[in-house]
Design a protein around this ligand. Structure first.
Ligand code: ADQ
Length: 495
């Protein structure tokens, strides 16, 4: 058993009890094993402190924040993280903001956070870094002589090799990642992409034990598909909404979209797809109303500023064209709604429409499934470009760029028999339950802790790390993946 768990994420819940799947999971993991959660504070300062500042709020563990200046918020967070790395990883190199000050600020903030961390890390601590805001952190810690194990989990897609070539700091990008002991990615497709990028480098090679070597660093890359707290989501969804906020007719159908306002979420393509369905809808078809709940995000980033206008124009166009005196086909809400409203809305919806153009996982797809009534479930229409599509193959999978295909999927979902809906939901619910947020957190940490023992095995034949629930005990090989045996496959000993 290793020492303390130290979690670093850009955001940290600073007030009140934790809410939201990821935050709850990290809170529970830390409460169970003790440790420290570090993130940036809510207020900007003129001169950032050189040490971490403890804050109240962790039950059974500690919390601390680091400062950012307003300039750093602009250049490190809105700049390098969200105007360079975010578009890079979401296949939009055309949207990358090429401003060298962003890279400088990113390096400065990461170096400062690493220095503050280095002062408090003990050699047997486990450091778990979240997301693209802190890619250089392990390299900085190593420079400072920290020997503790450091893992990264990237919540967004891994960039493709051609896209990575658009990054001015591409050389550093490889060094940043290789300095971690474990790079956790959402999907097997992301792992394949990461391996391809490293193997294309002169000094990149794959070792026999499945780890990667780059220059003088050796590290592991594995997929850990993130999940939700399915049980709690189901129980919130079961509580019906007070009064009927939608006022739809009994025979009307509800189609629901829930996403941050982001170009990666495919919102205009989605509305065009719904427009195709409206266009083809027969005179006797039921009315379908699309409720799209879309709170703004990163409004100060240039690439985000036109999306709302474009979306509003499209919604106005289709409502004008297909609406009737007593029916507005698309309702657009540009603000968040509380979870207590969102979960029962998912349950009411005949279709969950989740069509991002690129997405690390997409938790809305999993929340929609968890919220359904198993005896009369709705249908999930899911983009093939969402990480979730790798696991949720019983959804109606669509090409998010093709509005015709989205329109046809809506028609198919609305006419699907109850038996087919139930069978698809059952299979999807199994996936959501088996890979929930707690399994994800425990699986990642288990892998990070076991790295020295036979390179973090066991892995299945696709190179995916097997979680505790997926393993069996083999008399000669120790713990192996359940679907492997000595006769077929290549189990790796871990203990
Ligand atoms: P996001 O891009 O934020 O997350 P997603 O996975 O869908 O995307 O999570 C969004 C969360 O915010 C969900 O829990 C959802 O319920 C909530 N939310 C979204 N719109 C809302 C609204 N209008 N009102 C209230 N709540 C809303 C990033 C990556 C994803 C990855 C997650 C987790 O981009 O690919 O799945 O991290 O790793």
């Amino acid at each position: 058993m290793t020492g303390r768990l130290i979690v670093l994420s850009n955001r940290i819940p600073t007030a009140g009890p934790p809410s939201g799947g990821l935050v709850v999971a990290i809170d529970e993991l830390l409460a169970e094993r003790g440790g420290l959660w570090i993130g940036s504070g809510d207020d900007f300062v003129d001169t950032p402190s050189e040490s971490l500042q403890p804050i109240q709020g962790g039950s059974g563990y500690n919390k601390a924040i680091f400062d950012l200046t307003e300039q750093e918020h602009k250049e490190f967070y809105l700049g390098y993280a969200n105007s360079v790395l975010w578009p890079l990883c979401h296949h939009r190199p055309d949207l990358i903001a090429f401003d060298r000050r962003y890279a400088e600020s990113y390096a400065t903030v990461n170096a400062r956070v690493a220095k503050m961390l280095a002062e408090i890390i003990a050699p047997d601590d486990l450091i778990w870094v979240h997301d693209y805001h802190f890619l250089p952190l392990a390299q900085e810690l190593k420079r400072l002589g920290v020997s503790a194990r450091v893992g990264l989990f990237l919540h967004i897609p891994f960039p493709t090799l051609p896209d990575l070539n658009a990054l001015p700091e591409r050389e550093q990008f490889y060094q940043w990642l290789a300095a971690f002991d474990l790079v956790g990615l959402q999907t097997e497709a992301d792992v394949a992409c990461c391996l391809q990028c490293f193997r294309a480098q002169e000094t990149g090679e794959m070792l026999f034990d499945g780890r990667l070597k780059f220059q003088d660093q050796t590290f592991a890359v594995r997929s850990f598909p993130i999940g939700i707290d399915a049980k709690s989501f189901f129980s919130i969804a079961e509580k019906p909404l007070k009064d009927d906020p939608l006022h739809l007719r009994k025979e009307d159908r509800l189609i629901l979209g829930v996403d941050r306002l982001d170009y990666s979420k495919g919102l205009t393509h989605r509305v065009r797809g719904f427009g195709k369905w409206l266009e083809k809808r027969g005179a006797k078809s039921p009315r379908g109303t699309l409720v799209q709940i879309t709170p703004p995000s990163r409004e100060l980033v240039a690439a985000y500023q036109d999306i709302a206008r474009e979306l509003e124009a499209l919604v106005g166009h289709f409502n004008g064209r297909y609406g009737e005196l007593d029916w507005t086909p698309i309702r657009l809400l540009e603000h968040a709604v509380p979870r207590e409203t969102l979960a029962p809305l998912y349950r009411l919806a005949d279709i969950g429409l989740v069509t991002p153009l690129a997405d690390g996982m997409n938790l809305v797809a999993k929340e929609y499934i968890a919220a359904q009534d198993p005896d009369d479930p709705g249908v999930l229409i899911l983009s093939r470009a969402a990480g979730a599509a790798e696991q949720m193959t019983d959804a109606l999978l669509v090409n998010p760029h093709d509005s015709e295909e989205i329109g046809d999927a809506i028609e198919r979902a609305l006419s699907m028999s109850c038996d087919e809906r139930k069978a698809r939901h059952k299979a999807l619910m199994q996936v959501v339950r088996d890979t929930d947020i707690f399994e994800w957190g425990a699986g990642y940490l288990d892998c990070l802790e076991r790295l020295e023992i036979a390179s973090a095995g066991p892995f299945d034949e696709q190179g995916r790390f097997c979680r505790k629930s997926e393993r069996k005990s083999d008399p000669t090989m120790g713990e192996v993946c359940r679907d492997q045996s000595l006769d077929h496959g290549n189990p790796q000993k871990i203990g």
